[in-house]
Design a protein around this ligand. Structure first.
Ligand code: ATP
Ligand code: MG
Length: 442
């Protein structure tokens, strides 16, 4: 029995009082049965959108997706999405349906849903309706499509990514037939928009089983990112490594914190390796320049996924720096923190730790110790409130102008002063900085 929150019961009772059916449905039922607190409670109902508006006339409502039958109703200050039972009409080119039709029966609504674990509903008392064996699949930890998986992926190929996402996040395995259909239908993902794929991919990467999904379903990832294909099976012939490039990538993803940007960074950090691979006379592999190549490839991929620019820039910067093994010295850490910042530096260390843990154990202890030392130095510098940015300098652009410097020279001089201060070669003292600048322009 599921425990339904008061405000949700209230909304269901309002609909029932007007002669309609209403149930909690989808993710909230799945999460409750998994013993997790649902993020939100979605309701499905036999009432049409117009009927809903009438029933909730004295409530605040927002017409979020009214064309698709969804009305957001504010009940006791909680927004609640209520959607009319519907079936999906013709599907256009393996993605969203061209039109949806509102229907009066619950069965039809549950049958259109993607996975058995997502196709259950419960009434206001928490009694579950489970037409497709979702409860059993939860107890056996199985991801399975509702109906024929080949047809379901034909209709909307995004469901392939959703099946992998739930397998990763919940740590479930994928039913044999669903798995076959995933491989067979993976090319249909090209019809699905980048945004929809990316939203599922990010959740998948942050799942607890991301490593095994990345390895087992690598061909699906190649369908959405052909750039990664040359990584598969590419042995590195180097004592620091024990895996081929893709297996190393997958393990490194699992080693880093479950944060979208860090996981994306690990996914992409070595994808430029195949193009930069050189094997010396002793057969050892070298991959000089691969961080830049990886950054170029990830930019193309994330552009296709319509990622926001801040994410692209952050992931790019981390990938470019991931192999920059700065010697353990205060000076190097200060320079690095001046170029980026403290939080970035700590993320960079996490990336290096995750990378190291996915390598062979050759020199591992030493590598990890260095990272710890770097972290201690960074914390120390951060606590000292050192001058690390142009805005921390005791002089600014106006001072440069009053010294007679102009145009591009202003920024260049300020940067020069900052570099000296960061390197402890010059004190961040207004008088001294001005004297130094004055001397250089004479
Ligand atoms: P969460 O919100 O926790 O990520 P969710 O299951 O609520 O998970 P949503 O994307 O919010 O996922 O979708 C709500 C419900 O709609 C799902 O539980 C599922 O029943 C159905 N659904 C979502 N996307 C699809 C799809 N592409 N095809 C079929 N049914 C879908
Ligand atoms: Mg949801």
């Amino acid at each position: 029995m599921i425990s339904v929150p008061e405000y949700v019961i209230k909304a269901i009772e309002i609909l029932e009082a007007s002669g309609f059916e209403a149930y909690c449905v989808g993710g909230c039922v799945r999460d409750s049965l998994l013993g997790k607190e649902p993020d939100d409670w979605d309701i499905c109902t036999s009432a049409t959108p117009d009927e809903m508006k009438e029933v909730f006339a004295d409530h605040r409502t927002v017409e979020t997706g009214i064309k698709h039958g969804t009305l957001t109703v504010i009940v006791d200050r909680n927004p609640l999405e209520i959607t009319t039972y519907r079936t999906e009409g013709e599907y256009s080119a393996h993605r969203r349906p061209l039109n949806v039709s509102f229907i009066r029966d619950l069965d039809g609504d549950l049958s259109r849903r993607d996975l058995t674990i997502n196709a259950m509903c419960c009434d206001k008392n928490g009694a579950v309706t489970d037409m497709f064996g979702g409860t059993e699949d939860i107890s056996h930890k199985i991801i399975r499509c509702v109906g024929d998986p080949f047809k379901r992926f034909d209709e909307d190929a995004l469901r392939i990514m959703r099946a992998l996402r739930f397998a990763s996040v919940l740590g479930f395995s994928i039913d044999e037939q669903t798995s076959q259909a995933i491989f067979e239908k993976r090319y249909l993902l090209e019809y699905v928009s980048g945004e929809r794929i990316f939203s599922e991919l990010k959740k998948l990467l942050c799942g607890r089983n991301a490593v095994s999904v990345l390895i087992e379903y690598k061909d699906v990832f190649a369908a959405i990112m052909p750039e990664i294909t040359p990584c598969f099976g590419l042995e590195q012939h180097n004592k620091h490594h024990c895996y081929d490039v893709w297996t190393h990538i997958a393990h490194s993803v699992g080693n880093v914190r479950q944060d979208e940007r860090l996981r994306l960074t690990m996914l992409f950090h070595d994808i430029g390796k195949p193009q930069m691979a050189r094997f010396d006379e002793n057969g050892n592999g070298h991959f000089k320049g691969h961080p830049i190549r990886s950054a170029e490839l990830l930019t193309e991929i994330l552009d296709r996924f319509r990622s926001d620019n801040a994410t692209i820039k952050y992931v790019r910067d981390l990938v470019i720096e991931h192999d920059n093994r700065i010697p353990v010295a205060r000076k190097n850490v200060k320079r690095f923190m001046s170029k980026h910042d403290f939080d970035f530096f700590m993320d960079y260390l996490e990336v290096r730790r995750a990378d190291t843990m996915a390598q062979s154990d050759y020199m591992r202890e030493q590598k990890l110790q260095e990272l710890e030392q770097l972290a201690l130095i960074a914390v120390e510098i951060n606590n000292e409130n050192c001058c690390l940015k142009l805005t921390d300098l005791a002089v600014d652009g106006k001072d440069m102008i009053s010294l007679g410097i102009s145009g591009r020279q202003i920024g260049a001089m300020l940067q020069r002063l900052l570099d000296l201060v960061v390197d402890d070669k010059l004190e961040n003292d207004r008088r001294k900085l001005l004297d130094y600048a004055k001397e250089r322009i004479r």
